[in-house]
Ligand binder design. Structure first.
Ligand SMILES: [Zn+2]
Length: 211
């Protein structure tokens, strides 16, 4: 059996198990998608949003990219965010990074990863630059990468708060709450590192006053 054929075979046995355990499972899901959470996580295969949070299909709307970045010119991310906030009306948006993130480590190096990846990782270098003093006081490079992972999550949550999508929902519907979390590959525990309730004041430079 080829490697991808095993995925299809495992899908069939999973589908069979679900129906066996709960005969109405797929029927219910087919008519209903009302997730309460939007998850913006890393593409890393070791950090599957549903598995590590114990959520079932239908419960969590997911977007993943390298190092869980929120970039204001990323039409893909912004479409997911708008759909989740405006149409699915999620109450929580979670940016979840993870310790041991290859994207974070790559951004701390001076290696040329060629243009597209260089461009993507540059956004993490910007986070490093903002917090250079704190980061360079940490001598152990793994510990420094761990702290950058936390600061990166915090910056991405702030980026969310700078969008008119979030500010409009905050103003008119007093949701969603924004969360910055970091998952530990070793202990499998998620650590909350940053949080923003609806209408948390941000730098006035970024606030829209005519939403
Ligand atoms: Zn990662």
């Amino acid at each position: 059996m080829k490697s991808y054929e095993k995925l299809l075979a495992d899908n069939q046995s999973w589908a069979g198990r679900q129906v066996h355990d709960d005969p109405k499972y797929f029927e219910r899901l087919a008519h209903l998608q009302t997730p309460e959470f939007l998850w913006i996580g890393c593409s890393d295969s070791r950090v599957p949003a549903d598995k590590i949070t114990g959520t079932q299909p239908g419960e969590i709307f997911v977007h993943r990219n390298i190092a869980n970045l929120v970039i204001h010119t990323d039409v893909n991310l912004l479409s997911v965010l708008e759909y989740a906030v405006v149409h699915l009306k999620v109450n929580h948006v979670i940016v979840c990074g993870h310790y041991g993130c290859g994207g974070i480590k790559a951004s701390m190096s001076n290696h040329d990863f060629k243009q597209v990846l260089n461009m993507w990782l540059r956004n993490i270098k910007d986070v490093y630059r903002l917090h250079r003093e704190e980061l360079e006081a940490i001598k152990d490079l793994d510990d420094r990468a761990d702290r950058l992972t936390e600061l990166n999550v915090q910056e991405q949550v702030l980026h969310l708060a700078k969008t008119s999508i979030i500010q409009r929902a905050w103003k008119h519907e007093y949701r969603p709450q924004l969360h910055g979390w970091v998952y530990g590959l070793k202990d499998r525990i998620i650590k909350p590192v940053f949080e923003m309730d609806a209408n948390t004041p941000i730098d006035p430079l970024y606030t829209y006053d005519d939403l």
